[in-house]
Design a protein around this ligand. Sequence first.
Ligand SMILES: Nc1ncnc2c1ncn2[C@@H]1O[C@H](COP(=O)(O)OP(=O)(O)O)[C@@H](O)[C@H]1O
Ligand SMILES: [Mg+2]
Length: 254
Amino acid sequence: MGDKLEVRDLTQVFNKQEALHGVSFTVREGEFLSILGPSGCGKTTILRILIGLLPPTAGTIIKDGRDITRTPPAERNMGIVFQNYALFQNMTVLGNVEYALRVHRETRATARAAAENIIGQVGLSEHIHKKPHKLSGGQQQRVAIARTMAMNPEIILFDEPMSALDAATRLLLRKEIKRIQEQFHSTIVYITHDQEEAFALSDRIMVMDRGIIHQLDTPENIIKHPADSFVREFVIDNLQLKIDSLVKYVKVSQ
Ligand SMILES: Nc1ncnc2c1ncn2[C@@H]1O[C@H](COP(=O)(O)OP(=O)(O)O)[C@@H](O)[C@H]1O
Ligand SMILES: [Mg+2]
């Protein structure tokens, strides 16, 4: 499949400090691409530039062959899901999702029907009239995902959406995100610092540190042919540690 997004030579300077040093990559149509790297390596900065919240110091963003580097956020047809849900606390689940659709100028009747439909798809029909504080963290994140999906974006950006959730909820939501992608054929750019999550979800993983890309490849190729010592240590050694601790646990419980 073709390239949905092409990022060329993205550079970002904050207070005379360069946070991104000329980053280039492509995201294919329908691909699930994870950006994996330690805190402070520039992941959120890339996402803010992609969605149009931050004009890059230098570099170009091409979507479907068109330069969108200076296109306003509302015209990019991208949706974003943040770590902290960013829901309206004074609105119900239905209100939150409906609001997004009304902003997109849908009529009241079609917005209501579309909102109810998508809320059902993320398994929250019975909570539709509750306010966010009555829901668990995992349920709130589902509302945020429903709100983003309701706008039918071509590209969905996730910024560490699981960071505030417990391990069991993460596993459930992981399946949910994968299912949603398969259903909607969305192109996804998913930020995480969790190696296991990146390997479980991604078609390809972009491994970053300190504003540069160390490797962009399939999970299998990263394991088989790590590009350098950073990838070996940050990705493979950490995965190995997790596997070792699981194996120990399985042995103890037998
Ligand atoms: N608005 C800002 N002003 C100044 N420095 C920033 C700003 N946003 C990010 N940075 C710096 O840029 C670097 C990358 O940050 P960020 O993209 O948030 O990393 P990540 O999401 O990978 O944790 C960090 O050193 C951070 O301190
Ligand atoms: Mg971040």
